[in-house]
Design a binder for this molecule. Structure first.
Ligand SMILES: Cc1cc2nc3c(=O)[nH]c(=O)nc-3n(C[C@H](O)[C@H](O)[C@H](O)COP(=O)(O)OP(=O)(O)OC[C@H]3O[C@@H](n4cnc5c(N)ncnc54)[C@H](O)[C@@H]3O)c2cc1C
Length: 393
């Protein structure tokens, strides 16, 4: 007889759901059972697999800096901590750094953020235009006032490798993955009592975690909750250029365009203008955005990019928190056992380890024990007190 009752059911088994499953099953204080409901074991459409897979400490809020710093620590020890049967998973973490560039208009914010990041222990350095030019001779710096460079801890990784490593270890520790979709939620007053799956199965549960990415608002609606999150399409372009750019980090241009090395080329992207950024679930790449907006910006910043060639491209979706572009984490006040981890707005891959650990603490111990992430809970949303993150890429 298949098991029909679990202490914790996690809806969504990509990086966030798998991180919750891993940390729960790793917690010595947790003796329960965990089911992860994931309809797509290929993961081809989830944000995790389609992301730019980068991690930075250069945020403007303490919580985001702390979460990413823990992400770095986790990645550095990942292969040993998540080994299964002697096989060490490789997240291919490359500490190539981030470089946030600012014109004189953006300098005060860059300086403020830098001061906060230093206070939080981030290994970042402010470089003036001359220092930028000396360190990155391939960069056009005429219009720049400064740049903030991550010296260690920031970089990029294999997102799919991170996800699979978490999933494999969670399974080794007892989590069960079911290839289904949560299609219904049963509630009795302020408690979720179970979930209904696509195939008609009903699973009773002691707690439910919403880790459904852009599927999270629909899932929340099944429990009668309005989650202010929408899917926003982001295209990524893989380009090659005849010239090499030695020491190239993940560069964030003042225009919002980004690029970083990937294999023998680079990946690059930019958010569409706000009035051309509707809720959207299709996967059509925004080629005109590349031709009309992104490429000219890249060529302006790096003359070598005038000769670039776009080799391939893809599109994925941010689960955009419409209130303040930060994760909505933890319990909703109207329900005692439905936990949320949604609305990452483009920085959820790097936050998955910290969020997985945080939710495991909340579920097992009823409180945050390591990082205090209470400010990122539902109250701020319901009371209209947004926690604004200034560095959303
Ligand atoms: C183009 C792009 C670039 C990005 N770059 C970065 C970056 O550089 N760094 C970074 O930190 N983040 C980045 N992100 C964001 C990051 O990828 C996401 O925040 C993160 O992957 C979210 O993980 P998740 O597990 O919450 O969601 P997802 O990876 O989207 O997974 C959600 C899962 O839930 C499942 N699901 C949906 N509905 C249901 C249901 N009803 N029942 C059960 N399961 C369900 C889906 O099948 C899916 O597998 C980027 C995102 C995109 C799109």
């Amino acid at each position: 007889m298949p098991q029909t009752q679990f202490d914790v059911v996690i809806a969504g088994g990509a990086v966030v759901g798998s991180a919750v499953a891993y940390f729960l099953t790793a917690d010595a204080g947790f003796k329960g059972s965990v089911a992860v409901i994931e309809p797509d074991p290929t993961y081809q459409h989830c944000a995790t697999a389609l992301s730019a897979a980068s991690i930075r400490h250069q945020f403007s809020t303490e919580e985001n800096i702390r979460m990413s710093r823990f992400g770095t620590e986790f990645l550095r020890t990942f292969a040993d901590a998540l080994a299964v049967d002697g096989i060490r998973p490789d997240p291919a973490f490359h500490e190539g750094g981030y470089l946030f560039l600012a014109t004189s208009a953006g300098l005060p914010v860059l300086q403020d953020n830098h001061a906060l990041q230093r206070r939080e222990g981030a290994d970042v350095a402010l470089l003036d235009a001359a220092a930028l030019q000396a360190r990155f001779p391939w960069l056009r710096t005429g219009d720049l006032a400064a740049g903030s460079l991550g010296l260690s801890g920031e970089g990029w990784l294999d997102a799919y490798g991170l996800l699979q490593g978490l999933r494999r270890k969670a399974v080794a520790q007892g989590a069960v993955y079911l290839p289904q979709r949560v299609a219904g939620i049963d509630r009795v007053s302020a408690r979720v009592t179970g979930v209904r799956l696509d195939d008609g199965q009903v699973l009773a549960c002691g707690a439910l975690v919403n880790a459904a990415g852009v599927g999270a608002p629909a899932l929340a609606r099944l429990a009668g909750i309005d989650l202010p999150v929408q899917a926003r399409k982001r295209s990524v372009f893989y380009v090659q250029c005849p010239e090499r750019l030695p020491g190239c980090p993940m560069v964030i241009d003042p225009s919002g365009a980004y690029f970083r090395p990937e294999g023998p080329g680079f990946i690059t992207g930019i958010a569409p203008p706000p009035d051309q950024d509707p809720e959207c679930f299709d996967f059509e790449v925004q080629h005109t955005l590349f031709e009309d907006v992104l490429w000219p910006l890249l060529a302006q910043r790096v003359p070598a990019f005038e000769a670039l060639r776009c080799v391939r491209s893809w599109a994925g979706h941010y689960d955009m928190n419409l209130v303040d572009q930060n994760v909505i984490l933890g319990l909703h006040p109207s329900l005692d056992n439905l936990y949320f981890a949604n609305g990452f707005s483009g920085h959820g891959l790097q936050q998955a380890p910290a969020v997985g650990r945080a939710l495991a603490e909340l579920i097992v111990h009823g409180e945050y024990r390591t990082l205090d992430l209470a400010r990122l809970g539902w109250r701020r949303i319901l009371e209209g007190r947004p926690v604004i993150e200034k560095n959303v890429v």
